[in-house]
Write a protein that binds this ligand. Structure first.
Ligand SMILES: *[C@@H]1O[C@H](CO)[C@@H](O)[C@H](O)[C@H]1NC(C)=O
Ligand SMILES: *[C@@H]1O[C@H](CO)[C@@H](O)[C@H](O)[C@H]1NC(C)=O
Ligand SMILES: *[C@@H]1O[C@H](CO)[C@@H](O)[C@H](O)[C@H]1NC(C)=O
Length: 239
Protein backbone atom coordinates (compact mmCIF):
# COMPACT_ATOMS: atom_id res chain seq x y z
CA UNK A 1 0.00 0.00 0.00
CA UNK A 2 2.77 2.35 0.93
CA UNK A 3 4.66 1.42 -2.16
CA UNK A 4 1.60 1.95 -4.32
CA UNK A 5 1.03 5.38 -2.83
CA UNK A 6 4.64 6.34 -3.45
CA UNK A 7 4.37 5.12 -6.98
CA UNK A 8 1.25 7.19 -7.54
CA UNK A 9 3.07 10.30 -6.30
CA UNK A 10 5.95 9.50 -8.57
CA UNK A 11 3.62 9.11 -11.54
CA UNK A 12 2.06 12.49 -10.71
CA UNK A 13 5.53 14.04 -10.60
CA UNK A 14 6.37 12.40 -13.89
CA UNK A 15 3.26 13.81 -15.48
CA UNK A 16 3.94 17.22 -14.07
CA UNK A 17 7.48 17.09 -15.31
CA UNK A 18 6.40 15.85 -18.71
CA UNK A 19 5.40 19.34 -19.83
CA UNK A 20 8.86 20.71 -19.19
CA UNK A 21 11.06 17.79 -20.05
CA UNK A 22 8.94 16.62 -23.02
CA UNK A 23 8.62 12.99 -21.94
CA UNK A 24 9.96 10.39 -19.61
CA UNK A 25 11.73 8.26 -22.10
CA UNK A 26 15.21 8.92 -20.76
CA UNK A 27 16.52 7.01 -17.81
CA UNK A 28 18.59 10.00 -16.63
CA UNK A 29 15.52 12.14 -16.51
CA UNK A 30 13.52 9.77 -14.30
CA UNK A 31 16.54 9.14 -12.02
CA UNK A 32 16.62 12.86 -11.43
CA UNK A 33 12.94 12.83 -10.61
CA UNK A 34 13.47 9.96 -8.24
CA UNK A 35 16.14 11.97 -6.47
CA UNK A 36 13.81 14.93 -6.18
CA UNK A 37 11.15 12.69 -4.79
CA UNK A 38 13.58 11.31 -2.18
CA UNK A 39 14.53 14.82 -1.16
CA UNK A 40 10.90 15.77 -0.72
CA UNK A 41 10.15 12.59 1.22
CA UNK A 42 13.30 12.00 3.25
CA UNK A 43 11.70 9.49 5.59
CA UNK A 44 10.21 7.26 2.85
CA UNK A 45 12.05 4.50 1.07
CA UNK A 46 12.23 5.37 -2.61
CA UNK A 47 10.53 2.62 -4.63
CA UNK A 48 12.21 0.86 -7.49
CA UNK A 49 10.10 2.43 -10.18
CA UNK A 50 11.22 0.12 -13.01
CA UNK A 51 10.43 -2.96 -11.04
CA UNK A 52 7.04 -1.51 -10.13
CA UNK A 53 6.31 -0.49 -13.71
CA UNK A 54 7.27 -3.94 -14.96
CA UNK A 55 4.97 -5.47 -12.37
CA UNK A 56 2.20 -3.12 -13.44
CA UNK A 57 2.72 -3.96 -17.11
CA UNK A 58 2.58 -7.67 -16.30
CA UNK A 59 -0.65 -7.05 -14.44
CA UNK A 60 -2.10 -5.18 -17.40
CA UNK A 61 -1.14 -7.98 -19.76
CA UNK A 62 -2.71 -10.51 -17.42
CA UNK A 63 -5.87 -8.40 -17.17
CA UNK A 64 -6.03 -8.14 -20.94
CA UNK A 65 -5.93 -11.93 -21.18
CA UNK A 66 -8.75 -12.17 -18.65
CA UNK A 67 -10.84 -9.64 -20.56
CA UNK A 68 -10.28 -11.61 -23.77
CA UNK A 69 -11.41 -14.81 -22.09
CA UNK A 70 -14.45 -13.06 -20.64
CA UNK A 71 -15.28 -11.62 -24.04
CA UNK A 72 -15.10 -15.10 -25.53
CA UNK A 73 -17.38 -16.42 -22.80
CA UNK A 74 -19.77 -13.55 -23.40
CA UNK A 75 -20.14 -14.20 -27.13
CA UNK A 76 -20.70 -17.90 -26.38
CA UNK A 77 -23.40 -16.91 -23.86
CA UNK A 78 -24.86 -14.53 -26.44
CA UNK A 79 -24.87 -17.28 -29.07
CA UNK A 80 -26.58 -19.72 -26.72
CA UNK A 81 -29.13 -17.10 -25.68
CA UNK A 82 -30.07 -16.28 -29.24
CA UNK A 83 -30.40 -19.97 -30.13
CA UNK A 84 -32.66 -20.41 -27.08
CA UNK A 85 -34.66 -17.47 -28.33
CA UNK A 86 -35.15 -19.19 -31.68
CA UNK A 87 -36.15 -22.40 -29.94
CA UNK A 88 -38.70 -20.45 -27.91
CA UNK A 89 -40.14 -18.82 -31.04
CA UNK A 90 -40.31 -22.19 -32.73
CA UNK A 91 -42.04 -23.72 -29.72
CA UNK A 92 -44.51 -20.84 -29.63
CA UNK A 93 -45.33 -21.41 -33.30
CA UNK A 94 -45.91 -25.10 -32.66
CA UNK A 95 -48.14 -24.30 -29.70
CA UNK A 96 -50.12 -21.93 -31.93
CA UNK A 97 -50.53 -24.70 -34.48
CA UNK A 98 -51.58 -27.14 -31.78
CA UNK A 99 -54.01 -24.60 -30.38
CA UNK A 100 -55.47 -24.30 -33.84
CA UNK A 101 -56.00 -28.05 -33.76
CA UNK A 102 -57.55 -27.83 -30.33
CA UNK A 103 -61.11 -28.79 -29.47
CA UNK A 104 -62.74 -25.64 -30.83
CA UNK A 105 -61.43 -26.21 -34.35
CA UNK A 106 -61.49 -29.98 -34.58
CA UNK A 107 -65.02 -30.69 -33.42
CA UNK A 108 -66.71 -30.32 -36.75
CA UNK A 109 -69.98 -32.02 -37.70
CA UNK A 110 -73.12 -30.82 -39.40
CA UNK A 111 -76.42 -32.23 -40.58
CA UNK A 112 -78.94 -30.26 -42.59
CA UNK A 113 -82.02 -30.72 -44.74
CA UNK A 114 -82.92 -28.64 -47.75
CA UNK A 115 -86.32 -27.02 -47.20
CA UNK A 116 -89.93 -27.44 -46.11
CA UNK A 117 -91.09 -25.80 -49.33
CA UNK A 118 -91.54 -28.88 -51.57
CA UNK A 119 -90.16 -28.62 -55.12
CA UNK A 120 -86.81 -26.91 -55.71
CA UNK A 121 -86.28 -26.22 -59.42
CA UNK A 122 -86.07 -26.79 -62.24
CA UNK A 123 -84.17 -23.56 -62.99
CA UNK A 124 -82.53 -22.37 -66.20
CA UNK A 125 -79.09 -22.10 -64.55
CA UNK A 126 -77.07 -24.15 -62.08
CA UNK A 127 -78.12 -23.08 -58.59
CA UNK A 128 -76.31 -23.42 -55.26
CA UNK A 129 -78.38 -25.50 -52.85
CA UNK A 130 -78.84 -23.73 -49.53
CA UNK A 131 -79.77 -26.37 -47.01
CA UNK A 132 -81.85 -24.19 -44.74
CA UNK A 133 -82.81 -26.62 -41.97
CA UNK A 134 -79.70 -26.84 -39.84
CA UNK A 135 -80.12 -29.57 -37.23
CA UNK A 136 -76.50 -30.03 -36.22
CA UNK A 137 -73.68 -27.58 -36.77
CA UNK A 138 -70.88 -28.26 -34.30
CA UNK A 139 -68.02 -25.91 -35.08
CA UNK A 140 -70.25 -23.71 -37.29
CA UNK A 141 -68.38 -24.74 -40.42
CA UNK A 142 -71.61 -24.91 -42.43
CA UNK A 143 -73.20 -21.58 -43.37
CA UNK A 144 -76.96 -21.83 -44.09
CA UNK A 145 -76.96 -18.32 -45.61
CA UNK A 146 -74.64 -19.41 -48.43
CA UNK A 147 -74.99 -23.21 -48.43
CA UNK A 148 -71.19 -23.51 -48.16
CA UNK A 149 -69.19 -25.68 -45.78
CA UNK A 150 -65.76 -24.22 -44.99
CA UNK A 151 -63.04 -26.47 -43.53
CA UNK A 152 -61.62 -24.85 -40.38
CA UNK A 153 -58.48 -27.04 -40.36
CA UNK A 154 -56.55 -29.23 -42.76
CA UNK A 155 -57.91 -32.74 -42.49
CA UNK A 156 -59.86 -35.67 -43.85
CA UNK A 157 -63.56 -34.85 -44.13
CA UNK A 158 -66.55 -37.05 -44.79
CA UNK A 159 -69.64 -35.70 -46.59
CA UNK A 160 -72.91 -37.39 -47.39
CA UNK A 161 -76.02 -36.26 -49.21
CA UNK A 162 -79.37 -37.77 -49.99
CA UNK A 163 -81.32 -36.32 -52.86
CA UNK A 164 -85.06 -36.77 -53.20
CA UNK A 165 -87.00 -36.19 -56.40
CA UNK A 166 -90.77 -36.14 -56.75
CA UNK A 167 -91.49 -34.71 -60.18
CA UNK A 168 -91.30 -36.21 -63.63
CA UNK A 169 -87.91 -35.59 -65.24
CA UNK A 170 -84.33 -35.04 -64.08
CA UNK A 171 -83.18 -35.01 -60.51
CA UNK A 172 -79.52 -34.53 -59.78
CA UNK A 173 -76.81 -32.77 -57.84
CA UNK A 174 -73.31 -31.41 -58.33
CA UNK A 175 -70.68 -31.51 -55.60
CA UNK A 176 -68.18 -28.65 -55.66
CA UNK A 177 -64.85 -28.33 -53.94
CA UNK A 178 -64.09 -24.62 -54.10
CA UNK A 179 -64.91 -23.76 -57.74
CA UNK A 180 -64.14 -27.25 -58.96
CA UNK A 181 -66.94 -29.71 -59.68
CA UNK A 182 -65.96 -33.08 -58.22
CA UNK A 183 -69.17 -35.10 -58.61
CA UNK A 184 -72.40 -35.25 -60.60
CA UNK A 185 -75.20 -37.69 -59.75
CA UNK A 186 -78.40 -37.87 -61.77
CA UNK A 187 -81.63 -39.83 -62.15
CA UNK A 188 -84.39 -39.71 -64.73
CA UNK A 189 -87.93 -40.24 -63.55
CA UNK A 190 -90.72 -41.26 -65.92
CA UNK A 191 -93.45 -40.36 -63.52
CA UNK A 192 -94.20 -38.26 -60.45
CA UNK A 193 -93.03 -40.47 -57.63
CA UNK A 194 -90.56 -40.33 -54.74
CA UNK A 195 -87.09 -41.38 -55.66
CA UNK A 196 -83.85 -41.08 -53.67
CA UNK A 197 -80.17 -41.50 -54.10
CA UNK A 198 -77.38 -41.17 -51.56
CA UNK A 199 -73.70 -40.74 -52.08
CA UNK A 200 -70.71 -39.80 -49.98
CA UNK A 201 -67.14 -38.58 -50.37
CA UNK A 202 -64.06 -38.50 -48.20
CA UNK A 203 -61.95 -35.45 -49.03
CA UNK A 204 -58.59 -34.19 -47.92
CA UNK A 205 -59.16 -30.49 -47.40
CA UNK A 206 -56.93 -27.58 -46.53
CA UNK A 207 -58.10 -25.07 -43.95
CA UNK A 208 -60.41 -22.70 -45.82
CA UNK A 209 -61.42 -25.13 -48.59
CA UNK A 210 -65.14 -24.92 -49.33
CA UNK A 211 -67.64 -27.59 -50.21
CA UNK A 212 -71.13 -27.01 -51.54
CA UNK A 213 -73.85 -28.76 -53.52
CA UNK A 214 -75.59 -27.31 -56.57
CA UNK A 215 -78.69 -28.16 -58.52
CA UNK A 216 -77.90 -28.52 -62.23
CA UNK A 217 -79.98 -26.44 -64.68
CA UNK A 218 -83.23 -28.21 -65.72
CA UNK A 219 -83.02 -30.61 -62.76
CA UNK A 220 -85.34 -30.52 -59.75
CA UNK A 221 -85.34 -31.79 -56.17
CA UNK A 222 -87.89 -32.21 -53.49
CA UNK A 223 -87.99 -31.77 -49.74
CA UNK A 224 -90.67 -31.13 -47.13
CA UNK A 225 -91.13 -31.40 -43.40
CA UNK A 226 -89.97 -35.03 -43.63
CA UNK A 227 -86.31 -34.10 -44.29
CA UNK A 228 -85.99 -36.04 -47.53
CA UNK A 229 -83.09 -34.13 -49.10
CA UNK A 230 -80.20 -33.88 -46.68
CA UNK A 231 -76.57 -32.84 -46.58
CA UNK A 232 -74.22 -33.73 -43.75
CA UNK A 233 -70.50 -33.94 -43.03
CA UNK A 234 -67.82 -34.20 -40.40
CA UNK A 235 -64.10 -33.88 -39.87
CA UNK A 236 -62.77 -37.42 -39.57
CA UNK A 237 -59.37 -36.31 -38.30
CA UNK A 238 -57.00 -33.37 -38.77
CA UNK A 239 -53.86 -33.79 -40.87
C1 LIG B 1 11.53 12.34 9.33
O1 LIG B 1 11.89 11.61 10.47
C2 LIG B 1 12.46 12.43 11.49
C3 LIG B 1 12.97 11.54 12.61
O2 LIG B 1 12.30 10.36 12.74
C4 LIG B 1 11.39 13.44 11.95
O3 LIG B 1 11.93 14.26 12.93
C5 LIG B 1 10.93 14.24 10.77
O4 LIG B 1 9.88 15.07 11.13
C6 LIG B 1 10.49 13.37 9.66
N1 LIG B 1 10.15 14.16 8.50
C7 LIG B 1 9.01 14.05 7.79
C8 LIG B 1 8.85 14.97 6.59
O5 LIG B 1 8.09 13.25 8.08
C1 LIG C 1 -54.65 -20.57 -36.72
O1 LIG C 1 -55.93 -20.39 -37.26
C2 LIG C 1 -56.21 -19.08 -37.68
C3 LIG C 1 -57.65 -19.01 -38.11
O2 LIG C 1 -58.16 -20.23 -38.54
C4 LIG C 1 -55.24 -18.71 -38.82
O3 LIG C 1 -55.48 -17.38 -39.22
C5 LIG C 1 -53.82 -18.84 -38.32
O4 LIG C 1 -52.91 -18.59 -39.37
C6 LIG C 1 -53.59 -20.22 -37.76
N1 LIG C 1 -52.27 -20.28 -37.17
C7 LIG C 1 -51.41 -21.30 -37.38
C8 LIG C 1 -50.12 -21.21 -36.67
O5 LIG C 1 -51.68 -22.25 -38.08
C1 LIG D 1 -87.11 -33.24 -39.51
O1 LIG D 1 -85.96 -33.16 -38.69
C2 LIG D 1 -86.15 -32.49 -37.47
C3 LIG D 1 -84.84 -32.46 -36.77
O2 LIG D 1 -84.33 -33.73 -36.58
C4 LIG D 1 -87.22 -33.14 -36.64
O3 LIG D 1 -87.48 -32.37 -35.49
C5 LIG D 1 -88.50 -33.29 -37.45
O4 LIG D 1 -89.44 -34.01 -36.69
C6 LIG D 1 -88.16 -34.02 -38.71
N1 LIG D 1 -89.41 -34.18 -39.51
C7 LIG D 1 -89.94 -35.37 -39.66
C8 LIG D 1 -91.26 -35.37 -40.37
O5 LIG D 1 -89.44 -36.39 -39.25
Amino acid sequence: MKVAFGLLLLLLCLCGAQGESGGLGEVGESSKLQEEWTQQNPNATAPDIWAELKELRDMVVELKVHVKILQGDYSEVERRLSSSEWELLDTKKRIDQLENLSAANTKVAFYTALTDAGYVGPYTTDTTLKYSKVFTNIGNAYDAATGFFKAPVKGAYYFQFTVCGHHTGLMGVYVYKNNQRIMFNVEWKEAQQYKYFTNSVVLELMAGDKIHLALPATHALYDDGSNQSTFSGALLFPL
